[in-house]
Write a protein that binds this ligand. Structure first.
Ligand code: HEM
Length: 401
């Protein structure tokens, strides 16, 4: 049976679909966008060219969540405050200009020694134990500690951050229009309370940290409101942590499952930048972006009903044979490799360089430290966390002896 004849099955709330969505993307890649009538009209955008076109067309494909009952949960999170992630120009242009001030190349470069030393400390602990639980020992704490450090908050608080962020991301997995779970409301309230105090501290005693830089952005003529600043901090915690954790986890799994590629990387460390790009392409940490259609929206000639929910499946586009020869092969020397794991167009990921840097440091540090690294239980089935949108492993045991 060829791919085009395969039945389309797309159910992000099905655990077995989430465990391996890739075979389900294949039939979507061989035809025009697929329409579904569910709680609202939906469209699955999967082909590389279509995904790129949708992400670059904010006029027909909006990032603003509709004000309907179904999306009440988003409003419960951010109220009516516009956020960089969920806005369109001109609001988006203004917010993006203000917040990118905090993500300069210099700031990211300056983080490098600190990220290396955090990674080394985390791996010391694993080495002393004689085993590596990749997620718990490194992939989870490294991004949280990095962002905690950038925000200028005490490293001791990082576990608290992580638990808030986990609770909110798990909330992703309850089917709308179910109300926002109480645990998520409580975690959000705790984040807001925590950062209100931090913002007050920075106002009286500013430093060189992200929160201080964002407060300065707030104090110039065009400025972030206090609510916008808070919403951005929450977005950073959510968008920056889980995704980077999953780059390290999914990337290491791909590497360890392809021992020839692991060997190749050991022999040619200069392949590392390309290896990180291939990890992002092959098993994208953010599987899917979301857009809402305005009037007259169409993809590849398929007209869409106004107000449709568009699943813009980055991870499917990254496996499109029309763009990537032999797309299911993990090939760290692949070039060109213009994947869409960080999105495209005006919402392109603000943290891409920081994520690449952390991914590089994590993988380099592990390979350097553990020359006999391999999967501890290659035949064991893998357990994924609850969110379809942010795909990542619950755990990954590695042998290091
Ligand atoms: C491997 C790690 C990461 C991946 C795969 C990733 C992926 C993405 C994607 C796909 C988008 C676009 C969403 C859309 O078009 O709707 C995005 C936006 C964004 N990301 Fe990342 N991200 C990562 C790491 C980070 C980090 C480390 C930070 C910050 C600390 C960050 C901050 C943001 C922000 C603020 C946006 C919103 C930009 C906008 O709407 O203009 N991300 N990211």
């Amino acid at each position: 049976m060829d791919d085009s004849a395969q039945e389309i099955y797309f159910n992000p709330w099905d655990e077995s679909f989430r465990a391996n969505p890739y075979p389900h993307y294949r039939p979507l890649l061989s035809g025009p966008p697929h329409l579904i009538d569910g709680l609202m009209p939906m469209v699955l955008v999967a082909r590389y060219a279509d995904v790129g076109a949708v992400l670059r067309d904010h006029q027909h494909f909006s990032s603003v969540q509709p004000r309907t009952e179904l999306f009440q949960r988003r409003r419960d999170v951010f109220g009516d405050v516009p956020t960089v992630l969920f806005s369109d120009p001109p609001v988006h242009t203004r917010l993006r200009r203000l917040v990118t001030r905090a993500f300069t190349a210099r700031r990211i470069r300056e983080m490098e020694p600190r990220i290396r030393s955090i990674a080394a400390g985390l791996l010391d602990r694993a080495e002393q134990r004689g085993e590596l639980e990749l997620m718990a020992d490194l992939a989870i704490p490294l991004p949280v500690m990095t962002i905690a450090e950038m925000l200028g908050v005490a490293p001791a608080d990082y576990e608290q951050f992580k638990s808030w962020s986990d609770i909110i991301i798990e909330g992703d997995n309850t089917l709308p229009p179910a109300p926002l779970p109480d645990s998520v409301r409580t975690a959000l309230a705790a984040i807001v309370e925590y950062f209100q105090a931090e913002i007050e501290k920075r106002r009286s005693n500013p430093g060189d940290d992200l929160v201080s830089v964002l407060i300065t952005a707030q104090e110039e003529s065009d400025s972030l409101s206090a609510a916008e600043l808070m919403a951005f901090i929450v977005i950073l915690l959510l968008a920056g942590n889980e995704t980077t954790t999953n780059l390290i986890g999914n990337g290491m799994l791909a590497l360890a499952s392809n021992p020839d590629q692991l060997e190749l990387l050991r022999e040619h460390p200069d392949l590392m930048p390309g290896a990180i790009e291939e990890m992002l392409r092959y098993d994208a940490p953010a599987q899917c972006a979301v857009r809402f259609t305005g009037p007259d929206a169409a993809v590849s000639g398929v007209k869409l009903r106004e107000g449709s929910f568009a699943f813009v499946i980055l991870a499917a586009a990254n496996r499109d044979p029309a763009q990537f020869p032999d797309p299911d092969r993990f090939d760290l020397a692949r070039t060109p490799n213009e994947h869409l794991a960080f999105g495209a167009g005006n919402h392109y990921c603000i943290g891409a360089s920081l994520a690449r840097l952390q991914g590089t440091i994590a993988i380099e540090s592990i390979l350097h430290r553990f020359p006999r690294l391999r999967l501890a239980a290659p035949d064991a089935s893998l357990i994924y966390k609850g969110s379809y949108f942010l795909r990542g492993l619950a755990g990954l045991r590695m042998a290091i002896d």
